[in-house]
Design a protein around this ligand. Structure first.
Ligand code: AKG
Ligand code: FE2
Length: 208
């Protein structure tokens, strides 16, 4: 579900109101981390907002049924998110893991807490200063598990065409910190992202 403009009639009546309300709140909440990240990067507080990072929000609801043989499969295979930032709500079953120093580490559920991760486009914009984390969801016999992921992403998805080029932010570059990525359009990036299969970052093919 995309936040602007979602036609309420296209959403199931059972979750229409809550999905609309929740995505509106997350969209509003998202401005603050982009401001804090801008300041942390030594940029003007509005820098990432002016680059339209918090412009678009998509909401994805996940339902993982109980799995009789969890050792044979995964809930979601390892991947990074092709967005600027993701805000995620998971239930009490757990199962989300992030890859840290080549090890899978559990992200334990904390009641009332949201999980925020950097996506590929923010890694690209910050020239690797902020890293997009690989994550996955393991399968479990217990269930169902439910999670809601909200992706701050480019306009590409709903306009079908965004010729804007994304590359390392000029103000972050210097002789000691030259660009490590070439520029790309959202369209080209996503084409590669969806065609490549799992295991490697889609950013690799943009490395200079
Ligand atoms: O269900 C989860 O916690 C993870 C979902 C996820 O990684 C995604 O939608 O990209
Ligand atoms: Fe993800």
């Amino acid at each position: 579900m995309d936040s602007i403009p979602p036609d309420p009639e296209t959403l199931p009546a059972v979750c229409r109101e809550i999905a609309m309300g929740y995505s509106k709140q997350v969209h509003r909440l998202g401005i603050t981390p982009f401001e804090l990240l801008s300041v942390g990067l030594g940029l003007d507080p509005n820098h990432l907002e002016e680059m339209e990072c918090p412009e678009r929000l998509s909401l994805l609801g996940h339902y993982y049924p109980p799995c009789p043989e969890p050792e044979l499969t995964l809930g979601i295979r390892s991947h990074s998110d092709a967005d600027f930032m993701t805000v995620r709500l998971q239930d009490q079953l757990g199962g989300l893991q992030v890859c840290h120093e080549n090890q899978w580490v559990d992200v334990p559920p904390i009641p009332g807490a949201l999980i925020v991760n950097v996506g590929d486009f923010l890694q690209l914009l910050t020239n690797d200063k902020l890293k997009s984390v690989n994550h996955r969801v393991i399968a479990k016999q217990a269930g169902p598990r439910i999670s809601v992921a909200c992706f701050f992403r480019t306009k590409h998805v709903d306009t079908g065409n965004n010729l804007r080029c994304y590359g390392p932010i000029q103000e972050l570059l210097s002789e000691e910190n030259p660009p490590v990525y070439k520029e790309t359009t959202a369209e080209d990036y996503l084409k590669h992202y969806y065609s490549k299969g799992s295991g490697t970052s889609s950013l690799l093919h943009l490395k200079l």
